[in-house]
Ligand binder design. Structure first.
Ligand SMILES: [Zn+2]
Length: 503
């Protein structure tokens, strides 16, 4: 990727001036096609740089930290209401805050912390914690695309909320998943004096981290200590700093097709579970009216039928006391972690409808939640975790599918088959609905839903395969494969056999 000149202490005005005088010498950053391919790590960075250069008056890239393999964890800030936004009126600009601050170490830029009563106006979205969940990364990039390149369409949320989006929390794992082993879930930091590599970053946050069993060879290994991983430390650096400004935190995963609220670590419901449930349901209804896809909503422990300690969403909700925090598991079991590339824009767009609706709803709910009234955090039920552990172990030895994905599915095979059929029927229903939807004129659209202009609704494109190095391991990790991700019918041939995996 072309090196971009450092712009640390520059204002947007300086950058605009700079652009005018050095236009010819300046490197033009190409715009990667985020809607129709799974991008590489470098292309994702390139896209973020492209946007920061194209919209310097409201878009900014922050570097949160570096991974074990020296890749950057980056956040994109999209902050419409800032003093450098030339598209705002002079009066509004005068009262708006700056676009960024310099970190105490002087090396990085950081988002400005707002003080005062109405300072909770930031929505935080993160994705790509689990390496193989490629669609979550594409969907986060679609959120970025909607809020920048399509900002006029989303100006309503931009006027109310600031967005911080981390589209790829675990770049090392993602690159490994893309080039070597598509089923890889963890990060890539090796564990000293063992042959094992990687920690599940979504078990590494400091909230009852030590409850429940965790083995180094498993897909859900929680690490040596809370925040032992560079990726989770990078996230902590921004989350802890911004906690007083965060209104709504959203963690994107796949492929449970569900929107879930805390707790993950215990089976209790938080005090404000009704508000969280209403928030999740607003997203669910928006997606249903967009194309008929049915999401499930509920608490993490309830929907996944197990308890999960050390997840980011519990940390943000339980430790940082952010008013609203959800996990969204994208579609679908049938499509797997890496749906065919022709599904990327469709899942991205339908999810954006849901996410945008939840952002609006979180804004409406902002005065109804006062977390200082919260009772002390409930204790995790260790005995439940132990029972669950036994159930998991029994199932994983009895079914091939469970072993293939690291043995973290507690459902029985027959239940799995049943649920697979239901999801397949649901998916076929969605596809049917989309066809009829497409055929209709825009006046038939449900109230409040705008028709997308041509070219943005799912295109029937020739399937394009994600860039995979053919010299690497086969996708089943046992050799002999050619590394191709999709079957000739454009369906993922492995992921659909995988058990439902929790966030
Ligand atoms: Zn996940």
């Amino acid at each position: 990727m072309a090196a971009i000149p450092k712009r640390k202490n520059q204002t947007a005005k300086d950058r605009a001036k700079d652009a005018a005088t050095t236009a010819l010498r300046r490197l033009v950053i190409p715009r990667p096609d985020i809607l129709h391919t799974y991008l590489e790590y470098k292309q994702i960075n390139q896209y973020l740089e492209y946007l920061a250069q194209r919209y310097p008056h409201f878009v900014y890239v922050h570097i949160l930290g570096h991974t074990h393999e020296k890749r950057e964890v980056r956040a994109l800030e999209i902050n419409w209401m800032n003093s450098e936004n030339v598209e705002l009126s002079p009066q509004m600009r005068e009262h708006a805050p700056r676009l960024f601050d310099i970190a105490p170490n002087g090396r990085f830029t950081v988002p400005v912390i707002h003080l005062g009563e109405h300072c909770r106006k930031t929505v935080f979205i993160e994705a790509g914690t689990h390496a193989r969940e490629w669609i979550s990364i594409s969907t986060a990039l679609n959120c970025i695309y909607q809020l920048t390149e399509r900002y006029t369409r989303n100006i309503e949320v931009l006027r109310k909320l600031r967005f911080i989006i981390v589209p790829l929390v675990n770049p090392d794992g993602y690159e490994y998943s893309r080039t070597k082993n598509p089923k890889w879930r963890k990060n890539r930091r090796p564990h000293k004096s063992t042959k094992f590599v990687g920690t599940d970053c979504n078990r590494n946050y400091d909230i009852f981290w030590n409850s429940g069993p965790s083995k180094i060879n498993r897909n859900t290994y929680k690490g040596e200590s809370p925040f032992s991983e560079p990726e989770t430390r990078a996230m902590r650096s921004i989350l802890d700093r911004m906690s007083t400004n965060l209104l709504f935190f959203l963690s994107l995963h796949s492929y449970g097709q569900s929107i879930m609220y805390p707790w993950g670590y215990c089976r209790d419901n938080p005090l404000y579970w009704r508000e969280l449930s209403s928030l999740a349901n607003s997203g669910k209804s928006a997606i249903k009216s967009y194309n008929g896809r049915e999401y499930r909503t509920g608490s993490i422990s309830c929907l996944t039928k197990r308890t999960i300690a050390g997840s980011v969403v519990d940390y943000v909700y339980g430790v940082l006391k952010v008013p609203m925090a959800l996990v969204m598991e994208l579609p679908s079991r049938e499509l797997g972690f890496q749906p065919p590339v022709e599904m990327i824009s469709q899942i991205g767009h339908e999810s954006w409808y849901g996410i945008r609706e939840m952002c609006k709803r979180s804004y409406d709910l902002r005065n109804q939640i006062a977390r200082e009234n919260d009772p002390p955090l409930p204790r995790p039920a260790r005995y439940e975790a132990t029972n669950e552990g036994v159930a998991i172990a029994n199932t994983s030895t009895s079914t091939v599918e469970a072993t293939a994905a690291g043995g973290d599915c507690a459902k029985t095979t027959s239940k799995k088959k049943r649920s697979k059929r239901t999801v397949r029927a649901q998916h076929e229903n969605t596809v049917r609905l989309q066809r009829s939807f497409k055929a209709r004129e825009s006046q038939d659209l449900p109230e409040g839903i705008q028709a997308l202009p041509p070219g943005l609704f799912p295109r029937q494109m020739e399937p394009r395969y994600p860039p995979i190095k053919r010299s690497g391991l086969s996708r089943d990790g046992q050799g002999g494969g050619d590394g191709a991700i999709l079957t000739s019918r454009g369906k993922p041939n492995i992921s659909s056999q995988m058990p439902l995996v929790f966030p």
